[in-house]
Design a protein around this ligand. Structure first.
Ligand code: UDX
Ligand code: ADP
Length: 461
């Protein structure tokens, strides 16, 4: 075996990334550790802790050969040559920078553990998304040792998206590695290059200085989110002017300088990264006294919040300004399709707003029911968690599509219509359904950035 790789943090990033590295690099031994015993037990079982298409197959193929999951962090650190840090970096909920800055306590604790248990020199790889210049903090902690050990900190941000993590890892647009511009720094970067070179074409492996690499991760997420907020802001204007946001986005996206991706209007973006990373970017700009830049990026998050609020306002207006005691089927709760993850899902905000209006919610998601129950555990009101779309829709006044699961496009809407209260409403928060066909069945159809199709004359939303 060439090298021992350790990954600290067995979550949505560390889990899939290490599985693919083990699969692609049979010469390396990969160990993934976590403080969460339940999570590690799940990684060692038949029921992995996260749902990700294609992940099970790889884990079952490599586990016990060159891929191991453990809670023995000290031993993992002692044996490792290269340590990927993949712990969570949530937004601070207290003290200075509350609501914006990244909470780096897990990263710092990890650095201190590495220092405590190391008995040899190591390369430390930042995988988690971190504020620019965090490597400096890690380096300071690691070098506050009198053991005579040397640590090189390298930034290698992960760009995988949930739901497509395995194909993103297998065929990345690019792999970014940032290191110190010293001889030791360059050697450390070469070590990380040689891992990815097992399957990624060399021209797709980009190297930069450490700070550029850290910042690029924040900027990439901010720019992706910015595209969604841009198109969502235009969806509001489309609804007022009878322009169709799908047509506008498609036509604008055909300009090769704009491009077609990430222009799908929706009820808002979710996920663990976008909001957190933009707020982090905003905090950094304020910290470096760049208020105009901070305000610019903060507006991306504001438009996203506005979009979910606007969506609920449209539901209310359409349903005669009251949803009190009306059953509303929420189809989809995950922040996007093909994942069970609900972190920052727009469905959470929509459900909370509807509960405030005393709606009775019937929620169904193919993979996210457990998380949905946790997310709404403290909410008062009438919430039913259902085991199928049909069950959720039965007796409902309205259907809300909150996640673009393919199975929602394949439902028998004629049959569903028959089981609903009339008039029956559909609010397609993802613009995935055949709206004209639904209208012909009898539904009143509302979508994002398009003219509603209603059977009431003269009512304009
Ligand atoms: C994102 C980045 O894409 C990824 O590179 C980074 O590593 C982590 O953050 P992720 O959050 O997993 O990945 O999913 P992504 O596909 O980016 O979707 C984020 C949110 O935007 C979802 O809620 C999705 O439904 C929404 N979205 C996406 C839109 O509303 N419209 C679009 O056109 C695209
Ligand atoms: P991400 O989406 O960034 O992967 P997750 O929350 O899914 O974030 O995963 C981060 C993981 O890091 C969690 O399983 C958490 O238990 C783990 N973790 C946090 N702090 C430490 C630590 N000091 N040592 C080991 N694991 C940690």
């Amino acid at each position: 075996m060439k090298k021992q790789i350790l990954c600290i943090g067995a979550g949505y990033v560390g889990g899939p990334t290490m599985a693919v590295i083990a699969d692609r690099c049979p010469d390396y031994v990969v160990t993934v550790v976590d403080i969460n015993e339940q999570r590690i037990a799940a990684w060692n079982s038949d029921q992995l802790p996260i749902y990700e298409p294609g992940l099970d197959e790889i884990v079952f193929r490599c586990r016990g050969k060159n891929l191991f999951y453990s809670t023995d962090i000290p031993n993992g650190i002692r044996n490792a040559d290269i340590i990927f840090v993949s712990v969570n970096t949530p937004t601070k909920t207290f003290g200075a920078g509350e609501g914006h800055a990244a909470n780096l306590q897990f990263v710092e604790k990890t650095a201190r553990s590495i220092l405590e248990y190391s008995q040899s020199d190591k390369i430390i790889v930042e995988k988690s998304t971190l504020p620019v210049r965090t490597a400096q903090t890690i380096q300071r902690i690691l070098h506050s040792n009198n053991k005579g050990l040397k640590f090189q900190v390298v930034s290698n941000p992960e760009f995988l998206a949930e739901g497509t993590a395995i194909s993103d890892l297998n065929n990345p647009d690019r792999v970014l590695i940032g290191g110190m511009e010293t001889e030791e720094g360059r050697q450390a970067v070469e070590e990380i290059i040689s891992i990815y070179a097992n399957w990624v074409p060399r021209e797709k492996i980009i190297t930069t200085n450490l700070w550029s690499s850290e910042l690029t991760k924040l900027v990439s997420n901010a720019m992706l989110a910015q595209r969604i907020s841009s198109v969502n802001s235009i969806s509001a204007l489309c609804e007022k002017t009878e322009a169709n946001v799908n047509e506008v986005a498609e036509a604008a996206g055909l300009d090769s300088r704009i491009g077609p991706k990430f222009l799908r209007a929706s009820l808002g973006f979710g996920g663990s990264c976008f909001k957190k990373d933009i707020l982090n970017l905003v905090y950094l700009c304020r910290y470096y006294n760049l208020p105009e830049v901070a305000d610019y990026w903060e507006s991306v998050v504001k438009i996203n919040d506005y979009q979910a609020t606007r969506f609920v306002r449209n539901i209310l207006q359409a349903m005669f300004n009251t949803v009190a005691d009306k059953r509303i089927a929420i189809l989809g709760f995950a922040f996007k399709a093909n994942t069970g993850d609900t972190r920052e899902s727009p469905a959470i905000s929509v459900c909370k707003q509807l509960l405030e209006e005393h709606a009775a919610l019937a929620i169904y998601d193919p993979k996210a029911m457990e998380n949905a129950k946790l997310d709404l555990a403290n909410e008062k009101g009438n919430i039913e968690f259902c085991s199928s779309a049909e069950e959720a829709v039965r007796g409902a006044h309205g259907i809300v599509i909150a996640t673009e699961w393919q199975e929602f496009t394949q439902l028998d809407y004629e049959a569903l219509f028959r089981t609903m209260q009339k008039p029956a409403f559909i609010f397609d928060g993802r613009n995935i359904l055949p709206h004209k066909k639904l209208f012909e069945i009898g539904f009143d159809v509302y979508s994002i950035g398009q003219k509603p199709l209603t059977h009431f004359q003269g009512i304009v939303v």
